[in-house]
Design a protein around this ligand. Structure first.
Ligand SMILES: [Ca+2]
Length: 515
């Protein structure tokens, strides 16, 4: 069933194989190094007789390391059984009972791999009563549990028994204890499985038809890709098969472990930067593309470091991209896939940014054009004066939208002829300006005579309030807000260009149609 996934892709549309830039899956049994612990655990030295659980009085079988026909060395777990003869590794029997019969099988590849189908361990003479599958992602330096197996999970490991089908998509990477492969159902049930297919099926459906969904999850769900990654696997066999009853001390020769095969369908992990994996100096090595290098294509090649290294992407479907898909300009390292519009978008953009690539500023902020897009201070606060603005947000160059009569980048000062008045509908009020000479105030700038005929430009309009003796031409908030530099100049240009004309001396009031 190693090629099940690839055959699926041809019969039922897209599948695991044709996607993105990654090597095809392979039977990694071919490349694994097998080590067993503790020393002396393999049977046959000295030669030993053993019985079977199903017929404990038939003890004619013998293990003898010195005889090719009767020896059971570890490499028989990874051989090809071409002749149809089952070959297996076998341990010594449980003669030291009640001391536990412990055995470790360590499988090493010296390379990061991604499992693509079920890992199947085949036991002869019954499956262990309890065991742990562990993995390492750092070539054996540290180990973590992958799955627990026991006939009674609570008793053996203090865990409630679970199956992959009990897992929700959000906790698919949880390490579980299963009782599916450890209860005694006769020696004919041989396989202990680490269910990869069923885990994929949580996203892709039981027949793995909707692989798009799996790939997008692989891309966006934290820890999912890592969950299927390993460099080593280790089986810790803790208690052999007992034949469905208690340990019978009078016949300990029927208790031992025997493993005939370990199937590890996986692919080289190349971070989606290689479509081939090759054997170089007896070590698996990605044949890196996209200007990457390293065993897992985890580095940029020399001379190609202007952009920081990043893993490739499964998205957009079906071919993926080298490494530009989730571009958040340094303001986020998390992306999410929106299925409805087939878009990957950055989530939790920091530094007051927003957008699919965190390339815009949040409302209420504007882009500091002098800074690069990935600068932490790229987005500056608008700080629009709430009294003087029609809107809390500002334009792309940071200009707030001002109410009538208000000016300044932050709308915190008044146009000539307006006075700041806190709390009113308009922050800047023009009605309170009067002419001290009793004439009419023209455009808040100059006063006409009482006959309305002549501009007396030395007579300015001024605020009505006796408490406010501020310069009428440039009034700002009474307190708190800072006056904007150059606000007057800018706003005249933008909002009242025609008004300059009104200040020219000698122009008659009568010429103004405004009044
Ligand atoms: Ca074998």
């Amino acid at each position: 069933n190693l090629h099940l996934l690839s055959s699926l892709s041809s019969e039922e549309g897209v599948g695991w194989q044709p996607y993105a830039c990654q090597p095809p899956s392979a039977n990694m049994k071919e490349f694994m190094q097998i080590r067993v612990d503790p020393p002396g655990i393999t049977c046959g030295n000295p030669p030993e007789r053993f019985c079977t659980l199903e017929n404990p009085y038939l003890c004619s079988d013998e293990c003898d390391a010195s005889s090719p026909d009767l020896s059971h060395p570890p490499q028989l777990m990874g051989d090809r059984e071409r002749s149809g003869l089952i070959t297996y590794w076998q341990t010594v029997t449980w003669s030291r009972y009640p001391e536990p019969l412990l055995a470790n099988i360590t499988l090493s590849w010296n390379k990061s791999l991604e499992v693509v189908d079920d890992v199947v361990i085949t036991f002869e003479y019954g499956r262990p009563t309890s065991m742990v599958l562990e993995k390492s992602v750092d070539k054996g330096a540290t180990w973590q549990p992958y799955q627990y197996y026991a006939d009674d999970c609570l008793e053996a490991f203090g865990m409630s028994p679970k199956q992959v089908s009990d897992l929700a998509p959000a906790n698919l990477t949880r390490v579980i204890c299963t009782e599916n492969y450890s209860r005694w159902v006769g020696a004919k049930k041989k396989d202990v499985v680490f269910e990869v297919r069923a885990r994929f099926g949580v996203f892709a459906g039981p027949k793995l038809i909707n692989m798009d969904a799996l790939y997008t999850r692989m891309e966006t769900m934290k820890g999912l890709r890592d969950f299927f990654t390993f460099t080593n696997l280790r089986l810790r066999l803790l208690r052999p098969a007992l034949g469905g009853t208690y340990v019978q001390r009078d016949n300990l020769l029927k208790y031992f472990y025997a493993v005939s095969n370990i199937e590890v369908p996986a692919r080289c992990k190349c971070n989606l930067h290689a479509s081939r994996c090759v054997l170089r100096d007896a070590t698996l090595q990605c044949d890196c593309e996209h200007n990457t290098t390293g065993q897992d294509c985890q580095l940029c090649r020399g001379g190609f470091r202007s952009r920081s290294w990043r893993a490739g992407s499964y998205l957009p479907l079906p071919k993926g991209t080298a490494n530009t898909y989730c571009e958040c300009n340094g303001h986020s390292n998390r992306c999410s896939y929106i299925e409805l519009i087939n878009v990957v978008t950055c989530v939790s953009c920091k530094h007051n940014t927003r957008g699919h690539n965190c390339q815009y500023c949040r409302l209420g902020y504007y882009r500091n054009a002098s800074l690069p897009l990935d600068d932490e201070n790229i987005c500056a606060e608008c700080e629009c004066n709430p009294e003087g603005s029609t809107h809390p947000h500002c334009s792309d160059d940071g200009l707030c939208r001002c109410k009538l009569g208000v000016t300044g980048r932050r709308c915190d000062s008044c146009l000539p002829g307006y006075t700041w008045r806190e709390g009113g509908e308009n922050a800047c009020d023009s009605e309170r300006l009067v002419c001290q000479n009793g004439g009419t105030c023209v455009d808040f700038q100059g006063c006409c005579g009482t006959n309305g005929k002549q501009v007396l430009d030395q007579t300015k309009c001024s605020p009505n309030s006796p408490h406010d003796d501020r310069n009428a031409g440039h009034s700002g908030p009474p307190s708190g807000a800072r006056p904007a530099d150059g606000a007057l100049r800018r706003t005249r240009r933008v909002q009242i260009p025609v008004m300059n004309f009104l200040l020219k001396p000698g122009v008659h009031c009568a010429t103004f149609s405004l009044f």
